[in-house]
Design a binder for this molecule. Structure first.
Ligand SMILES: Cc1cc2nc3c(=O)[nH]c(=O)nc-3n(C[C@H](O)[C@H](O)[C@H](O)COP(=O)(O)O)c2cc1C
Length: 187
């Protein structure tokens, strides 16, 4: 199963980075699948560590994709790195081996420490809509504008029915970036 998470990493100098990333959970291993080129990939290869953050605050997904990268972090306990201060749970990972690939290498990791900070509150369709819109934005370079607007219309209906303030704020950030995509294509 692939879980949509936020991966926090640091480079050799300790500079932190946050990126939304799918993690494949296979038996007792966690597999991170970054498309090259990728800062998360570089950092994990440098430090052999990463942290998975499980959060329902979709502003962090939308924010990191739209240039809002300054989210409060706390120091990880067992690996070099940080976790998101408002995450529901986090898992600290060490890299065991890499299956290299020209496009999308596989980084196999072991969990060395996991903490539950807050209870999971249940599924929310607006959060799902924001996640899908964020994925659409990250792939917009490969998609026709017509397909993007059609998918956004469907997602907008989910958002309008069930969103809270955080989901509406995240959606607005994403729509700002889609507008930039539209303008860059019109020009
Ligand atoms: C929910 C979600 C899941 C994503 N999963 C991946 C992924 O598995 N691999 C990847 O390379 N990029 C993924 N992306 C896109 C990256 O987060 C985005 O391109 C990021 O800026 C690239 O990573 P970097 O900042 O570490 O270079 C995902 C984006 C979203 C919104």
């Amino acid at each position: 199963m692939i879980q949509e998470t936020l991966i926090t990493t640091v480079n050799a100098q300790g500079v932190s980075h946050i990126a939304p990333m799918g993690v494949l959970i296979e038996a007792d291993q966690y597999v991170i699948l970054p498309y090259k080129p990728n800062l998360t990939l570089n950092n994990i290869l440098e430090t052999h560590s990463a942290v998975i953050n499980y959060t329902d605050d979709v502003r962090v997904f939308a924010g990191t994709l739209t240039g809002r990268r300054d989210w409060p972090l706390l120091v990880a306990e067992n690996v070099k790195g940080f976790y998101l201060a408002n995450t529901l749970a986090h898992t600290e990972l060490t890299l065991t081996h890499v299956q290299d690939d020209a496009v999308r290498p596989k980084l196999f990791c072991n969990a060395v420490h996991s903490v539950n900070h807050k209870p999971f509150q249940g599924f929310n369709r607006a959060q799902h809509a924001v996640l899908e819109a964020a994925i659409l934005l990250s792939r917009s370079g490969n998609l026709q504008w017509k397909q993007i607007t059609s998918e956004l219309e469907t997602l907008r209906r989910l958002l309008e029915k069930t969103a809270g303030d955080r989901e509406r704020e995240a959606w607005a950030w994403l729509m700002g970036s889609f507008e930039q995509v539209r303008l860059s294509r019109a020009g």
